[in-house]
Design a protein around this ligand. Sequence first.
Ligand SMILES: Nc1ncnc2c1ncn2[C@@H]1O[C@H](COP(=O)(O)OP(=O)(O)O)[C@@H](O)[C@H]1O
Ligand SMILES: CC(=O)OP(=O)(O)O
Ligand SMILES: [Mg+2]
Length: 406
Amino acid sequence: MSNPTRVLVLNSGSSSVKYQLLDMRDGARLAVGLVERIGEETSRLVHTPLTGGGAERRERTAPIADHEAALKAVAEELSADGLGLDSPELAAIGHRVVHGGLKFSAPTVITDEVLAEIERLIPVAPLHNPANVTGIRTARALRPDLPQVAVFDTAFHTTMPEHAARYAIDVETADAHRIRRYGFHGTSHAYVSRRVAGLLGKDPAEVNVIVLHLGNGASASAVRGGRCVDTSMGLTPLEGLVMGTRSGDIDPAVVFHLKRVGGMSTDEIDVLLNKKSGLVGLCGDNDMREIRRRIDEGDERARLAFDIYIHRLKKYIGAYYAVLGRVDAVAFTAGVGENAAPVREAAVAGLEELGLAVDAGLNAARSGEPRLISPEYARVAVAVVPTDEELEIARQTYSLVTSPAH
Ligand SMILES: Nc1ncnc2c1ncn2[C@@H]1O[C@H](COP(=O)(O)OP(=O)(O)O)[C@@H](O)[C@H]1O
Ligand SMILES: CC(=O)OP(=O)(O)O
Ligand SMILES: [Mg+2]
């Protein structure tokens, strides 16, 4: 039999699992899917096989209690299309792992030791690493013989210089607890910054890009010649931009104040800042579509939430402009960045002196392809680049397991 060429990618989030099965000979997708609202009554699995003509999208709506059950349901759906985890054509499973700490700066074949380290990092990625660990354990139980690879969100950011990665706190304390800026969404920042260079017809080594990854979690990065030099998320994915449910930047003294004066426990404050803040804390909704709908109806709270979101975004564009000195492109990606034209328009508004502008017609157009939305005359290109973390994870996974050293 010829060598197996398929890779299954699992992107396990706090309450969801996104997955794709790809054939690495040409990067073709054989199946894609999503399990959302895991642990709730309203769980939903949407599976789309892409092999053969006329294959239909299937949906399950029975409650799915946890990530283990979610993965088993995914395995069943794949089996129903003859694409099950038992397939001899499967070469590896690639897992998105959010926090890799100091140990991991490249894709890594998962051993018991690697898994133990990912577990050890749970306190610094409490919404993400537990789901990643369950995903890995369940996949290993289903196919113990198959190589499983971890692709870390933090890896791309390990090139940050010390002056960007270190917080200005006591050095001994910081080192003792490995406190520093790690940064996340790195697979997306790497992929998008490379695609932007392609869009400009240039080598990634020649271009400086500000990447704005705006999903439910959101982060900005400054990329100089293909290497990350700064990013907005920190020790954990809580710092930086305003997100769906996370506060992003706040004065750290807010935490002491809530403890001492507000009588809240550390865990309560953690939940407040990670799950009840950001857009949802400001206006009750974390979906940008719903927020825009409310704004159109004249809702003041939704308007203010939007304005706070944009103000923070603009501050990071300015900061990273200064960090890079010369900017060739600003790229918007992920759910909000790819789809919300009003966010892109507002984030760039008033930055003409920096060479930034958006063409209203180009901005309003829709496409699944990377594209420019700045007018011809603008000095800095503004781009919309659909991210593809799954393809990037599959490539890195396949390349590792087929490398001669493996
Ligand atoms: N058509 C759209 N218009 C505006 N915002 C959108 C649209 N589609 C998705 N979004 C936003 O994208 C978010 C999800 O982004 P995504 O990158 O999938 O996040 P995550 O990977 O963190 O789950 C949604 O919460 C919503 O705010
Ligand atoms: C790291 C992170 O915030 O990831 P996500 O956007 O998937 O929540
Ligand atoms: Mg995401």
